[in-house]
Design a protein around this ligand. Structure first.
Ligand SMILES: [Zn+2]
Length: 273
């Protein structure tokens, strides 16, 4: 049983919903730390002989083609995380299609390999943005990994495990964020702030239980900036500050522990594509 390990390849200032502080027009002013931080992630993956799926921001691929090439050469899967890190409900259907197409083109030009997967910034496929799945399929994307079966972050009625969804352009696979039932809600615990908050033993035992009890693979996600305890902080609203910076130092030991005790691979392997 392998679980999916995913890296959302973005820099420390790619924060959604903070247009005043971190708009794309300001990005050029910020120090780029993505190469150094991604090298840290790559060295950890190498040490544990593990391959992952990297969801690449088109903006980064355009600026740092050598980094993208290095990830590809290490044998990891390259997928798409949008171009400007904009959430789907901020885009029209046409703008979304353009954003994804542009990202696919940049990444494909570097690797020469077909891109299979997509993840929306901030998991922003919701009931009112489900049209995006048809657009992805139209662009040749085989799977999406953006749906969260959780109120507010996503929709409670979304599927819990990998499944197929029909679109006007044919079926697309969905690998949703892993959650665990906790009273009336499904709680995330395998990446970002939820991983940093959850006790390590909880994450490990729940993933093991899910593998054994349901025969289902879990989905773990990290960001390169979570491995950088010294990145500059943007002045954010309190809730965003908490989400972005709280218990940052716990990411690395938790991920290394999971890599030691469970088997991981890229999504294309887990879904046998
Ligand atoms: Zn992101």
């Amino acid at each position: 049983m392998i679980n999916a390990l995913t890296v959302d390849l973005e820099d420390w200032y790619h924060i959604c919903g903070t247009e005043d502080n971190a708009a794309p027009s300001k990005w050029a002013e910020y120090e780029s730390r993505v190469t150094r931080n991604t090298e840290t992630v790559l060295s950890i993956l190498k040490a544990y002989d593990t391959k992952a799926t990297f969801f690449i921001l088109g903006y980064i691929a355009e600026k740092e083609p050598d980094l993208i090439s290095a990830i590809h050469k290490e044998g990891h899967e390259l997928a798409i995380h949008g171009y400007y890190h904009r959430r789907l409900f901020e885009l029209s259907r046409e703008e979304f299609e353009e954003d994804v197409r542009k990202s696919i083109d940049v990444v494909t030009a570097i690797t020469g390999e077909k891109v299979l997967g997509y993840r929306a910034p901030e998991w922003s496929i919701r009931n009112n943005t489900l049209w995006a799945l048809g657009v992805l399929k139209k662009l040749g994307i085989m799977y999406d990994s953006s749906m969260v079966p959780l109120t507010r972050m996503g929709e409670r009625n979304f599927g819990l495990y990998p499944h197929t969804i029909k679109t006007e352009y044919g079926d697309i696979l969905e690998f949703p964020l892993t959650t665990m039932r906790f009273f009336w809600e499904n709680l995330p615990f395998t990446g970002g702030l939820p991983l940093r908050i959850a006790p390590y033993w909880y994450t490990l035992s729940k993933l093991k239980w899910m593998n054994k009890r349901y025969g289902q693979s879990g989905l773990v996600y990290v960001h390169p900036w979570e491995f950088d305890n010294e990145h500059p902080e943007i002045d954010l609203p309190l809730s965003r500050k908490f989400m972005h910076y709280f218990r940052m130092t716990t990411t690395r030991p938790k991920i290394e522990g999971l890599l030691k005790h469970l088997k991981f691979g890229p999504i294309r392997n887990v879904l046998a594509l």
